[in-house]
Design a protein around this ligand. Structure first.
Ligand code: NAD
Length: 377
């Protein structure tokens, strides 16, 4: 029997992204899947129901029945409890499940007998790169952070020599040069800024330089990265050294973008109130880590606050500010994931739990939490 893959609308009020675009719906139908979308799925990212239907999908107004009949349910954000209770035993649920913050949801999915795939847990291997939602969305967040900073700043980015005088390029400091930070560096450079950056992983220095930015040297002692490419958490003493090393650069910068995260943990506080006090009035701080607690002391999610003339931007869903491309990339990641495990003979998504990728991102299966890290929490 043909497998039904459904795409309900996002329930989070601020979510503008969709997990499927018409272009990728064509690819999924070509794979052999029956595709259903909830009517209005693409409204916030520029696609009508008719666009999806032209691509071979069916638009449905009956959300509950659609979920009840699904073999696979795909969303950008985690499902609400009401939707979980509609899912069939043995159905597959794919989303950014936020598993470390969503203990009850993971339990509910396990109890329901749903196989849950947490997109955050897709491994960072070469084979899995095309399915890596964290990376695709982080690239866009890096770009969007610079645009948000430019909008809030009273300054222009490039140097300008005019009869009315010479304008110096804006100074941008980027803290945390992972996927998002590197894209922020590239975007700020393209706009003509003078860019400096810092990261605790030593391998990043070369990447920062190759983008034409200056790497700020701060000796915080032994750092390094995990096998998966993530940063290791610093000790309190190391964080103190890092803040001392960064204070001068922050004070001299017009724009500071923080994008420092440690996988599965609260983001480290890197900009204290004292450091914010030392910044020039009119400067702008964008905190890309706001959803995991924030790198900036006092940052408020989804607010732009004015702190003694320094603007602090806490926009949580930055990829959602560019929903067209964010949805395109997300849908492409999902299509790659489904295609990788689509068995042509049985025309079905095959859950091979011995496979490296599925072993890592399947978090519930057969009525249990199967991810060791989550089971232990
Ligand atoms: P992330 O979002 O977890 O962290 C962002 C950045 O914050 C990282 O560069 C990290 O080193 C940095 N950071 C942590 N603590 C810090 C601190 N105290 N001060 C300053 N910076 C700090 O990570 P990410 O951006 O998703 O990925 C990190 C790296 O993983 C990438 O740069 C890349 O090398 C690797 N990666 C590999 C693949 C792949 O092979 N498929 C895919 C994605 C990423």
């Amino acid at each position: 029997m043909q497998m039904t893959v459904v795409f309900p609308k996002e329930t989070h009020a601020q979510e503008t992204r969709a997990a499927l675009t018409p272009e990728l719906a064509t690819k999924l139908t070509a794979l052999g899947a029956k595709i259903e979308i909830e009517a209005g799925l693409g409204r916030s990212c520029g696609h009508s129901d008719a666009d999806y239907e032209k691509a071979g999908a069916t638009a449905r107004a009956d959300r509950a029945q659609m979920i009840q009949g699904a073999d696979i349910v795909v969303q950008v954000r985690k499902p609400v409890p009401g939707d979980v209770s509609l899912m069939r035993e043995g159905a597959v649920c794919i989303a950014l499940l936020d598993p470390f913050q969503s203990r009850d949801l993971i339990q509910a999915l396990a109890q329901r007998g749903v196989t849950a795939i947490s997109l955050e847990m897709v491994p960072r291997s070469t084979r899995a790169q095309k399915m890596d939602v964290l990376s695709s969305q982080a690239s866009l967040a890096g770009y969007a952070a610079v645009i948000a900073a430019a909008e809030q700043s009273g300054k222009i980015f490039p140097m300008m020599m005019t009869p009315a005088g010479t304008i110096k390029p804006v100074k941008v400091f980027i803290i945390g040069a992972g996927v998002a930070g590197l894209q922020a560096i590239a975007t700020a450079k393209r706009l003509g800024a003078k860019v400096e950056a810092f990261d605790t992983r030593p391998v990043v220095e070369e990447q920062v330089r190759s983008l034409g930015a200056k790497f700020v040297k701060i000796d915080v002692g032994e750092t390094g990265q995990t096998e998966g490419g993530y940063a290791k958490a610093l000790t309190d003493e190391q964080l103190k050294l890092q803040r001392e090393g960064m204070a001068r650069v922050c004070a001299e910068s017009d724009i500071v973008i923080t994008a420092a995260q440690v996988f599965g943990r609260r983001a480290p506080i890197l900009l204290t109130s004292e450091m914010l006090d030392a910044m020039k009035p009119g400067s702008v701080v964008v905190d890309l880590a706001v959803e995991t607690g924030g790198n900036v002391e006092g940052v408020v999610a989804d607010q732009i606050s004015d702190r003694k003339g320094v603007k602090i931007v806490g926009t949580a869903n930055l990829p959602g500010t560019v929903p067209v491309h964010a949805s395109q990339m997300f849908a492409s990641n999902i299509t790659a994931l489904l295609a990788e495990f689509w068995d042509k003979e049985s025309n079905a998504f095959k859950l091979n739990l011995d496979d490296d990728i599925l072993k890592s991102c399947v978090v519930t299966h057969g009525g249990r939490i199967v991810n060791e890290k989550l089971a232990a929490t």
